[in-house]
Ligand binder design. Structure first.
Ligand SMILES: [Zn+2]
Length: 464
């Protein structure tokens, strides 16, 4: 598999540190509020990466953290009059329930700052001992950016470029404006822990360096996150990890960054009021539609979430689901059938091996769906068609698509029952019992099922 590496700017072969295994670390949320679709979309990308590598036989360890100690949480907790850690717990519980509804795999480890304090203190102490960190009179610990010659290598800028626009704030005890906090001394009302530098709490960046080392080792395969995290967060993660090890060849080998989601052409922000929460998204669109929407563009591109795009994604899901579950007549035997050029396993693998090109992988599925419908209509060999349906289901599963018609709200349409009602309706119409035929249509309509009469007979789909 080849992936675009932000660190080198090149598309590179994924060559695991330990053959046959892949360690992946993805920065998680700071749970000061409910998760929004941007968070969901970012996780969907890495979810597909993990599913795909596992399907290819790799043993994947997937780690994603929660930043449950942070300025934003402390501020929001103070506004709401609740303990910031309690607020984090609440939002994490909600987000994890939503992740399950979205069909996201559980990371193998989900570390939190509040339970990794010893680990974080240990790494901070190593950085200070190696001369890359210093303690101020107030008990803050800073990273000494100028001690690291290659600082800026991920964002491809040098220290002089990066310091432009930064300056000392009043009361700063930093040696240099770009220096960043590894440890912050305790302030009244904030969560704080004992440390060699007095009571305090970690800065934002150190947690990811410390957690990834603990769960994936000093050298691991893939680090992911949104493009907005490249600087300063990921830049600082690299600096810390290398400073602690006193070695410039540790930490993540490949850096993957996913693009941001816009809403109707604008950045999602609280001030515009166009932030779509995961809760809202799940109330409007099925998990499969949300996922298909994300996967229909390249993970590095910026995507624009619109109602039209989501309707198209929903229709796409229906198309795939219908082909995967369409009844194949048992007596069908008018010739063999097989996946055509561009719709085979090998095409699917080629697409995802090429920097996780999910939109091409989806095109393979749509080609296969078209062929399945064509083969059913032409009454091709039933075993062949069912084999194609099984392949479609399997490959869709690698992308995390369930292809269950009717969404995920517990009111899932029972396909067999609907098919039976459609047969009854066809029979009623043939017997000129239009009253019964209309009743059946009305009943299905009430259940959110749309009937479409085609020359091949009635087809149904779930209303969007
Ligand atoms: Zn991080």
């Amino acid at each position: 598999m080849r992936l675009q590496n932000t660190l080198t700017g090149e598309v590179e072969d994924l060559v695991p540190v330990v053959p046959g295994t892949v360690g992946i670390y993805v920065c998680g949320v700071t749970p000061y509020d409910s998760a929004h679709v941007g968070h969901a979309m970012s996780l969907i990308v890495y979810d597909v990466l993990v599913r795909y590598l596992r399907w290819r036989g790799m043993q994947v360890t997937f780690v994603s953290n929660y930043t449950d100690v942070d300025d934003k949480l402390i501020d929001r907790g103070a506004q709401m009059g609740i303990d910031p850690l309690e607020l984090a717990n609440r939002n994490i519980a909600q987000w994890e329930a939503e992740q399950e509804r979205l069909g996201l795999l559980k990371p193998d480890v989900r570390p939190r700052v509040s339970t990794e304090i010893d680990n974080i203190i240990a790494m901070t102490a190593e950085i200070v001992a190696n001369g890359f960190g210093y303690v101020t009179p107030s008990g803050d610990v800073y990273f000494r950016v100028r001690a690291k010659d290659d600082y800026g290598k991920l964002s491809h800028r040098n220290i002089e470029d990066l310091r432009t626009g930064t300056r000392f704030e009043p009361g700063d005890e930093k040696e240099f404006p770009l220096d960043f906090a590894l440890w912050k001394s305790a302030k009244p009302g904030e969560p704080a822990w004992e440390s060699p530098w007095g009571k305090g709490r970690p800065g934002w960046h150190i947690e990811c360096s410390a957690m990834s080392r603990r769960y994936l080792g000093t050298r691991f395969d893939i680090h992911g996150g949104g493009l907005d995290l490249i600087f300063p967060h990921h830049e600082n993660e690299i600096a810390q990890a290398e400073a602690a090890a006193n070695d410039e060849h540790v930490f993540a080998r490949l850096w993957m960054h996913n693009g941001m989601v816009q809403r109707d052409g604008e950045k999602m922000s609280k001030s515009i009021g166009n932030v779509v929460s995961v809760e809202e998204a799940l109330s409007r669109w099925s998990p499969d539609a949300i996922r298909l929407y994300v996967l229909s563009s390249h993970y590095r591109s910026q995507t624009n979430l619109t109602d039209e795009a989501m309707a198209a994604a929903g229709a796409g899901v229906e198309r795939l689901a219908r082909a995967a579950t369409r009844e194949v007549p048992d007596d069908a035997r008018s010739g063999r059938a097989e996946p055509p050029e561009g719709a085979r396993d090998s095409d699917f693998i080629e697409a995802l091996d090429d920097d996780l090109d999910t939109s091409h992988a989806l095109a393979v599925l749509f080609r296969l769906a078209t062929e399945i419908n064509r083969a059913i209509d032409a009454k091709r060999n039933a075993d062949d068609v069912r084999a194609m349906q099984a392949t479609l289901g399997e490959l869709a599963g690698v992308l995390g698509l369930s292809l269950e018609q009717g969404g995920d709200d517990g009111e899932r349409a029972d396909a067999a029952e609907i098919e039976a009602l459609l047969v009854e309706r066809t029979e009623a119409r043939a017997a000129r019992d239009f009253k019964r035929a209309d009743e059946i249509r009305a009943e299905l309509d009430a259940r959110g099922i749309v009937i479409e009469d085609t020359p091949q007979g009635a087809r149904w789909s779930v209303k969007r």
